[in-house]
Ligand binder design. Structure first.
Ligand SMILES: [Zn+2]
Ligand SMILES: [Zn+2]
Length: 384
């Protein structure tokens, strides 16, 4: 039996799962019914719920000792928009690939990893820290989108909280005693505006004010902003974080306030592309009737916790289109497309290509060695 036939045997069931998730969207870390649904489909797998201390995370293993290929399932939706990122299709395709590998019984094992909260919180970071990916030879998933690209140009990203501490005073009764923390924070935004044109390609800072004072008859003694930083590489991101910290401290010196800079959570790493596995997936996808291209140079599609997975194990995260190139995810139109006929075709083709890549990896020590060699080559290039 071919991998495509093995997926096709489950086609109606997989589409029913995709539609059930779509009809019942749950947001980050609250994907309880989605986790129930997916685990219920994994007959013959050794299922473990609540891994890494996350109630909606799970793993499911099938097979013996030997090589292990992980299939990653995302299933969180967006607040108010439902499955506008198409994670219902990621889950169904990963499930389909896992069932196909189970039925084909190659050597080694397949590890299904249910990864909550891609859209907020980054469940994969917690799972990585808990060792869920230890001993895994490759991590495979696909993402629906507006393009069919062999890999995902995802930037590194971190959120910083900047707090200015000043001194409260009556603004008219005793103005010289006050140090206006809000004025310092606004000055930081102004300074950022002056620096922004010089930021390197792919670098971006978006700030919001999360606290600006208590009342208009008190000089604000505390003001807080949150800044989302993105850069093409994790190294460039650290440089950008240092630059913002320097600006905050300089503004503090100039205004008499003090500044503290804290990380809201650990950074998302840029995606480390593995062409050995990416090309293998693309070949299987082409055989299923969907040709891929390389990403358009200079176009970035946000950031994801899959970036961090890609730094510990050879990883693929190709995009396969369910809408035309002039459309975008995170829209009501994309949510509708995630339950369309095109979504069904795409999900089944992606499942077959994931299954084909997984079986290739499990049956070919040479392919595993090549993928790891490529992984280490890319890691070395990042250090230079
Ligand atoms: Zn998204
Ligand atoms: Zn997504």
């Amino acid at each position: 039996m071919t991998t495509t036939a093995a997926v096709t045997a489950h086609a109606d069931r997989l589409w029913a799962v995709a539609l059930a998730l779509h009809r019942d969207p749950e947001t980050a870390f609250a994907e309880h019914r989605a986790a129930d649904r997916l685990c219920a489909e994994l007959a013959g797998f050794e299922v473990e719920r609540g891994v890494a201390g996350l109630p909606t995370a799970f793993t499911a293993r099938h097979g013996s000792t030997g090589p292990t290929v992980a299939l990653l399932l995302e299933y969180d939706a967006l607040p108010g928009l439902g499955h506008a990122c198409g994670h219902n299709l990621i889950a169904a395709a990963g499930l389909g690939a896992a069932l196909a590998v189970r039925d084909l019984r190659p050597e080694g094992s397949v590890l299904v990893v249910g990864t909550p909260a891609e859209e907020g919180g980054g469940g994969k970071l917690t799972e990585l820290a808990a060792g869920v990916f230890d001993g895994v030879d490759a991590a495979l998933m696909f993402h629906p989108g507006a393009h069919t690209w062999t890999w995902a140009p995802l930037t590194a990203q971190v959120e910083l909280t900047v707090t200015f501490h000043g001194r409260a005073a009556h603004p008219t009764g005793d103005p010289t005693a006050g140090i206006d923390a809000l004025a310092a924070l606004i000055q930081l935004f102004t300074t950022l505006g002056a620096v922004r044109p010089r930021l390197p390609a792919g670098a971006h800072v978006q700030g919001i004010i999360t606290h600006g004072g208590e009342a208009t008859n008190i000089v604000p003694d505390r003001a807080e902003g949150r800044f989302g930083l993105r850069a093409m590489t994790i190294g460039a991101l650290e440089d950008l974080a240092t630059q913002l910290t320097t600006m905050a401290n300089a503004v503090a010196t100039a205004t008499g306030a003090t500044a503290t800079v804290a990380r809201y959570r650990e950074p998302y790493h840029h995606f480390r592309h593995n062409p050995v596995l990416g090309d293998r997936f693309a070949a299987h996808l082409a055989a299923a009737g969907i040709p891929s291209t390389e990403p358009t140079p200079g176009v970035f599609l946000g950031s994801s916790d899959i970036g961090n997975v890609s730094t510990v194990v050879p990883t693929i995260h190709p995009f396969v289109a369910i809408v035309d190139e002039d459309q975008s995810d995170h829209t009501p139109e994309f949510a509708a497309a995630a339950a369309s006929d095109r979504a069904r075709t795409t999900m089944l083709a992606a499942a077959a290509a994931l299954a084909g890549t997984a079986v290739d990896l499990l049956t070919s020590p040479a392919l595993r060695a090549e993928a790891w060699a490529e992984f280490h080559r890319a890691a070395e290039a990042e250090r230079r």
